[in-house]
Design a protein around this ligand. Sequence first.
Ligand code: UDP
Length: 261
Amino acid sequence: MKKGKKIYEGKAKIIYATQDKDLVIQYFKDDATAFNNQKKSTIEGKGVLNNRISEHILSNLSQIGIKNHLVKRLNMREQVIKLVEIIPIEFIVRNVATGSLTKRLGIEDGTVLKEPLIEYCLKDDKLGDPLIAEDHIYAFDWAKRREIETIKKMIFRINDFMIGMFRGIGIKLIDFKLEFGRIKSNGKSDVILADEISPDTCRLWDSITDKKLDKDRFRKDLGDLIPAYTEVAKRLGILHEQSNVSAVNVTKLSSIKKKSK
Ligand code: UDP
């Protein structure tokens, strides 16, 4: 697949056109941002790990009938994905209270929720992705009621699947963020999952120690982000000790090459 011109650059990814108007290439950068872009850094190897982890989760979701944008992973940093019209809402799914929820409502950190909680944020960096009510979505026509109904059903299935998948490898799925988009198929509009799912967009705690294995290592300056993401990938069975080229080896190789230049 030939990479065409850059059509969008976000905080952690770049989107390139392809010869096929319905498909684009998504490139995973090593850039990390937090607190509405106020904290920034580059963490070498993060993009490679997120590409692999997200590919693994999205292909598993396809197998249980959750339609999503992934077509295939091309290489260490790139995937072919379906071009969608993104719905401008971030859907935050929570199983355990932490982060902004605890600060906003004074809930004790680590409180297990009786049922999964979905929160809606407007996707607008200039406004700092403000929390909104479901009715705001209809008031401003950001999505139709039937689209949100479909999305909610998908979210509960995705959450159930991911809780089980992570529980099986000794990880608690605390919360995560999802985005959805519209594609045209046979003349009608369909809603699909159109987002990466990775330790950048989920909170993942070790089941026994509560060690954070996600982007909070960057947000809270805990260090060792790459070892934590590598641990998630290894437990998911994506990185094999014996594989000749693991994500991290490639990262090391590229840094050695850069240094020797
Ligand atoms: N999240 C995300 N992108 C965002 C906002 C949140 O991926 O722009 C994820 C975040 O990693 C966490 C969950 O959504 O897994 C809930 O985040 P929260 O609202 O607590 O935000 P934060 O505490 O990071 O401000």
